[in-house]
Design a binder for this molecule. Structure first.
Ligand code: LLP
Length: 419
């Protein structure tokens, strides 16, 4: 459930008519709903009610906007970060360092040192090499880093190949059959307290079965690690729960996910960490856009909007579906190709889509754009970065300024020797 709905024939975000935002801020613009973020945070937490000891760390990569992070911080959420930049954002949003978990295969020495200095709660180590480097840096700073070892369980998550992370040939984690040996080696290092294991098999999962398989394998591994004398107190189960982009999609609910987790982990006797991203932020945002013009096509017309693949990359990157709707539907429909202004055919949001009837100047939204939307934007075609707005009841605020092409150009120089 979200808070983007028609009221008196005009789409609102909570109590704010979207045309008011377009008028004040211009288009394209990402619009987030605080009430939706809070609702999703609560529903996810409630789904895990049967899990007594847990940390829910929002996957910052899905929506790193400071105001969004602040909303989730106020909900008691921690942060799952994958770069020094994300860690800085989480801290700036007021998330306590001990609630920050650092994942990712390519943490640099500088990022590791900064995270040690910030005294974050946990490092999820993704390789033996990284673990040794982390241990050396921590020991040299007189610190003990709290860590888990990320396991690659070799489970096919059944999602898009580009967002699948738990198959043996993916770059993430250590192979499960080498985990015992690597764990033993890292656990013996000064500077780290290797206290558990982590797993994340992919994103936009529409089925719990692969997750349950991965968690089952993890349970076996925990037993064998304990058998070898290791104390396992923390297990990070990652994120991945899917959301309905299309009305026919029906991914598992947080309650179903929570019930499965509680059942599979009931004898583990550990503190669990969760890293949800999309399920919290996805349906809490839309990309508001204006139709530039409608162009005749051979078959269907092209509805050319002022948003493009640089603003919302998912359709171009993954062939992803985003629902597209008029802000003021006139009751008529059309079949159209929805495209942006960028000079490549990949800048196509949908072909042959049945949608509301639109003409030049009309406003429309791409729904479910709150996760992996603004954060994946680029300035391709020198289009700048779109603004972001957070709505709260009847008020709204710009929570990220539009960065126009000129500001980006200002960071560039022509050297003297070209003058
Ligand atoms: N934890 C780790 C270690 C992850 O790699 C990810 C996502 C998450 C948590 C959060 O997963 P979520 O709950 O959001 O599914 N750009 C792609 C999605 C990439 C996901 C990468 N990792 C997209 O637009 O679909």
């Amino acid at each position: 459930m979200d808070h983007f709905a028609l009221k008196n024939g005009v789409m609102h975000a909570e109590d704010v008519p979207l045309p008011d935002i377009a008028e004040a801020v211009g288009t394209p613009v990402y619009v987030y709903s605080r009430a939706t973020l809070e609702r999703h945070a609560k529903v996810f937490r409630d789904g895990l009610e049967a899990v007594p000891d847990k940390l829910i760390a929002f996957a910052v990569k899905s929506n790193p906007n400071l105001a969004v992070l602040r909303v989730l911080q106020q909900q008691g959420y921690g942060a799952d970060v994958v770069s020094g930049g994300e860690m800085r954002r989480a801290l700036a949003a007021g998330i306590a360092p001990e609630k920050i978990v650092f994942s990712g295969v390519g943490k640099t020495a500088i990022e590791i040192q900064d995270a040690l200095d910030a005294r974050i709660g946990q490092f999820n180590i993704e390789s033996e090499e990284e673990g040794l480097e982390l241990a050396a840096l921590a020991a040299a700073s007189g610190r003990t880093a709290q860590c888990t070892l990320r396991i690659n369980p070799d489970v096919d998550a059944g999602t898009h190949d580009k967002i699948s992370t738990g198959k043996a040939d993916n770059k993430f984690g250590v192979p499960i059959d080498q985990a015992g040996q690597i764990f033993g080696k890292l656990a013996g290092q000064d500077g780290v307290n290797l206290r558990g294991v982590a797993v994340h098999i992919g994103s936009q999962l529409g089925d719990l079965a692969p997750l349950e398989r991965a968690f089952g394998k993890l349970g076996e591994l925990i037993k064998s690690l304990r058998g070898a004398g290791h104390a396992i107190t923390h297990v990070d189960l990652g994120g991945g729960l899917g959301v309905p982009y299309h009305k026919d999609e029906n991914p598992p609910s947080p309650a179903e996910y929570g019930a499965m987790v509680a059942r599979v982990t009931k004898d583990w006797g550990v503190s669990l960490i969760f890293e949800p991203g999309r399920v919290i932020a996805g349906n809490a945002g839309v990309l508001l856009t204006r139709v530039v013009r409608v162009k005749r096509g051979i078959n269907d017309p092209f509805v050319i909007v002022d948003a493009a693949m640089n603003d919302l990359a998912r359709p171009a990157l993954y062939g992803a579906y985003h629902d597209f709707a008029a802000v003021k539907p006139n009751g008529k429909g059309m079949t159209a190709n929805i495209v942006g202004p960028i000079c490549e055919t990949g800048d196509t949001f949908a072909m042959g889509r049945d949608c509301d009837h639109l003409t030049s100047g009309d406003l429309a939204v791409f729904r479910t754009a709150g996760a992996y939307g603004a954060t994946m934007a680029s300035s391709y075609n020198s289009r700048g970065f779109v603004a972001e707005v957070l709505v709260d009841g009847g008020k709204f605020a710009v929570v990220a300024d539009r960065i126009d092409a000129g500001a980006i150009m200002d960071a560039e120089r022509v050297p003297d020797w070209l003058a």
